[in-house]
Design a protein around this ligand. Sequence first.
Ligand SMILES: [Cu+2]
Length: 619
Amino acid sequence: MADTANVEKDSIEVLPKGPTGAPRRRYRVYFLGGALLVVIVLGLALGLGLGLGLKNRNFNSGFASGSGNSTVTYNVTVPTADNFLLPDIRNDPPQVRYFSLVVSESYGAPDTFARPMLVVNGTYPGPTLLANQNDRLIITVYNQLPNVSTAIHWHGLYQNTTPFYDGTHGISQCGIPPGQSLVYNFTLNGWTGTTWYHSHYQTQYTDGVLGAIVINPSNATVDADGRPANNPPQPANPVQWDADFVVIIQDWYHTPSQAVLALYLGPNGPDGTAGDEPTPESGTINGQGQWYGGPYANFALQAGKTYRFRLINSGSLANVRFSIDDHPLTIVSADGVDTEPLEVAGVQIAVAQRYDVLVHTNQTTGGQWWMRGTVLTDMFTYSVNDAQYDHRAILSYPVADPSSSPQPGSADPGPGVAGLQDLSTTDWFSLVPAVRQTIPEPDFQYPLEISFSVYEDTNYYGYMNSTSWVPLEGESTLTLLSTSRFISALVNGPSIPQGQLIVTTTSVQTVDLLITNLDDGDHPFHLHGHRPWLLAAGDGRYAGQALNTTDTVLMRDTHVIAHFGYAVLRFVTDNPGMWAFHCHIAWHMGAGLLMQIASQPQVALSYGMPQEILAQCAG
Ligand SMILES: [Cu+2]
């Protein structure tokens, strides 16, 4: 979005040098490749739509199956039911759980529109990773993409003592090259709840590289390694439920993401106006949408039960709204943090946020109800033709597989309970944590401004205090800790070694980020490795407005910073590592809206670095 009033274009001097010492022209290269790609992809989509089949089509612009001689087929499937209706493993003993995730290109039509996709294990969404608090996760990620690296991030997980397994390209690793694999091996460190994994390499997750993660609390006294268990405090009156569902809701684009990003960064934007975010065409619920007809996912329930729906917005721009006709929702968790129950009509979820809601199957008439996953248009700056944002699934009881369905197009009757409202994405103080904590006083405060502007290369970038992030290639900030020149630059406070804006604390400190958003769009900001509190938010610049430091303030890993507004985030740097702090809108991160927190870099260095990650940095 085009707000340039407060940005000095000349102050941008931080683009890192490429291998030859010349300034990178990464985005310009993307744009040219992307324009070519748009043409190819449109051709492909048309070909599929007309049922022509395409042979011998060779792509070479990043997204491509170069295999030739293959007839295009629809390969992407919806994962099996137990990826959404979770088996109850809560009483399993602590154990090592092994997962295998294969990232590959495929073709799919999740909302009925056929397009090339990037997927995990051939399904969209990818498989759900289900574990208990004291388990160890050993996850082998295979990169079967033909000519681009990948990296998988476990959103929100702390990675305490294993920051090198955070899965963030350019920060915790260099990326898994094509044809190679990486074993991510970590414990949960007291993190429980609902989250997700996704590619943190370029914009790959927008094309489908994502899936759910659910971590149950545990009563075990030892962990999978035989060490004393690390069980976070649980609510005094824990909520009860009968079964768990994962519900992944997101916006969906009909063009591969690198082409979309190139249009966004280009001088004319996707619609003729620089800085207008790309408007998605569609959406999905658990991998299925109804852009042009199409089937509905069916949630077969039993009457008289309480279900826990674990809602994840895995999208790239849009807020989404979840509701169920004639059924109120009771929110019990936000980003994995237990909350005091809050009954709502619907819940509006920003990109990367999660909510767990309880639903009681207490209706006695009907038999089928719409579950609605609506892509909200409030973030869009222009409209696109043939868009469809009304996506649904069916919730049925007491008959699991009813012969009739609720009528398509029927108006939303609401939750069936008078007076209930939605939780919006900027209702910052409506949810109260179920386990109260005293919030510590800050050790230091760092003012931060978010803005966007056109750079001298005519492209459009996002800035955090006048730096626009470009990921390192062939190295990462975590691997650079072993070089004295880099780590010696990481003194307490901000620094910009090798073009990377980093705020450092060399000991455990409490940090306030005093954030002013000069842009006309909202930004869901995510801090890796930590769960910040949001102590204040409102209109205009931050200029010393009062902070709410009572124990009713919720900590969560993704907070919305409102347009032309301010927010104060507080966190404790008790997790050594290099951690991204970035807007989770895929286009904004692609435009450079990312900085890093160095928590105790000397301690992070002492953890060492897996040899295979170093080898992958070397190429
Ligand atoms: Cu943003």
